[in-house]
Design a protein around this ligand. Structure first.
Ligand SMILES: *Cc1c(COP(=O)(O)O)cnc(C)c1O
Length: 396
């Protein structure tokens, strides 16, 4: 029998040698702009809790009430006896929020995407995805047994060329706000292309819902598009809505099809009803609290103005995701570590999450940040960049 441990140790050493080793930090405080991490107090610039709802007292209270009423576990999958009145009410509220007939809850966004894509396309069909889509969408395409085509990022000509050659049912799938770049999908062009080519269009708006649009309707509200333009809309609940889980919204036929066919819906335990109760409250707040979106937009403008003045390479993002591209993985880790030493927590993102040579610091903002937090982060960047050697020493 082959020895498992030496082989794994070799793999791990190779990951480390390439500067790609990942490890976790231990957080001992609630989510918020100040986190207690590994015993230190840090200013948090890496959370997806964009509206600052994850630890809001009303959301926490709804969660506790939910637990008093339903207990903790949901007991089973939705199709056995796990579909509670709390889940059902949340689905109806999500349908109303998105302006669609129905919505369906999934236990996570990852599972929603695997389940939706593989239920809607199969052998003989074609799934077409932006190559920078979230891993769960790409994995859904691979799992589906359909022909799987990736088009160049936001490149409509490349997509159209692929569409004209596609066979069977054609499903176009895109992130709304790209999770590692922060830019928006060209959704108006995508929806007219889908119409022209008789293809289905699915949008994953994990980072747009709650954040973009006047009432938080996400990228569709931003572009002024509706359910006929984008018939399949997926969103997550663990980001701007501050809780956990995910959903898809669409027509009655879409939702009923997924209930019959999406394996990641059928064969998994429903999320705890108390989480659904908490989400019902955070959804209401996300819609009503315009100030959270306005403040977030103000902080983002402040950061991108300041970063530009420092000569940082920002990607063209108007979203709460502001990546500073460094390029080299080791260099990215070095700057990330220097920021950490100064008390700032930012995401250091390396391949394979992003393409080779585009390692970056992924900075995200929350409506709970203040202008002086942004300024302090910019000052730390300035200090660290000034200390850094202008060019790498050449070795003869
Ligand atoms: C976070 C994310 C997901 C996964 O959602 P989870 O609920 O965290 O599993 C899916 N798609 C995109 C674009 C995401 O950013």
């Amino acid at each position: 029998m082959a020895e498992i441990y030496p082989e794994l140790a070799e793999d791990l050493a190779s990951i480390a040698a390439r500067g790609l080793y990942r490890s976790r930090r231990i957080v001992s405080s609630p989510q918020g702009i100040v986190l207690n991490v590994d015993g230190r107090t840090l200013l948090n610039f890496c959370s997806n809790d964009y509206l600052g709802l994850a630890n809001h007292p009303s959301v926490v209270a709804a969660f506790k009430h939910g637990a008093d009423r339903y207990g903790v576990g949901s007991g089973s999958a939705h199709l056995l006896c796990g579909h509670s009145a709390a889940h059902h009410a949340l689905e109806e509220e999500l349908a109303e929020f998105t302006g669609r007939e129905r919505a369906l809850l999934f236990s996570t966004g990852y599972m929603a995407n695997l389940g939706i894509v593989s239920a809607l396309a199969g052998r003989g069909d074609t799934v077409l995805e932006d190559r920078l889509n979230h891993a769960s969408l790409l994995d859904g395409g691979l799992l589906s047994a359909a022909q799987f085509k990736r088009y160049r990022h936001a490149d409509m000509e490349h997509l159209e060329a692929n569409l004209t050659r596609a066979s069977g049912r054609k499903l176009i799938v895109t992130d709304g706000v790209f999770s590692m770049d922060g830019d928006l999908a060209p959704l108006d062009a995508l929806s007219s292309l889908a119409r022209k080519q008789n293809a289905w269009l699915m949008v994953d708006d994990a980072h747009g819902l709650g954040v973009m649009g006047r009432r938080g309707g996400g990228i569709l509200e931003h572009y002024g598009l509706g359910r006929n333009d984008v018939p399949i809309l997926m969103g997550t609940l663990g980001k701007a809505f501050g809780t956990f889980g995910a959903f898809v919204a669409g027509s009655r036929e879409l939702i009923e099809t997924l209930i019959q066919k999406a394996r990641t819906y059928i064969y998994t335990t429903a999320l705890p009803p108390a989480v659904a109760e908490a989400t019902r409250v955070s959804l209401k707040m996300a819609i009503a609290d315009h100030w959270r979106r306005e403040k977030l937009a103000e902080l983002i403008r402040r950061f991108s103005r300041g970063a530009e003045q420092l000569g940082l390479t920002l990607l063209p993002s108007a979203s709460a995701i502001q990546p500073v591209v460094i390029g080299d993985s080791q260099e990215t880790m070095f700057i990330g570590k220097a920021l950490l030493e100064k008390g700032f927590l930012v995401g250091a993102i390396r391949p394979p999450t992003v393409p080779q040579g585009s390692a970056r610091l992924r900075i995200t903002f929350s409506a709970l940040h203040e202008a002086h937090h942004v300024d302090r982060l910019l000052e730390a960047f300035e200090f660290i960049l000034a200390q850094r050697p202008a060019a790498k020493p050449t070795i003869d």
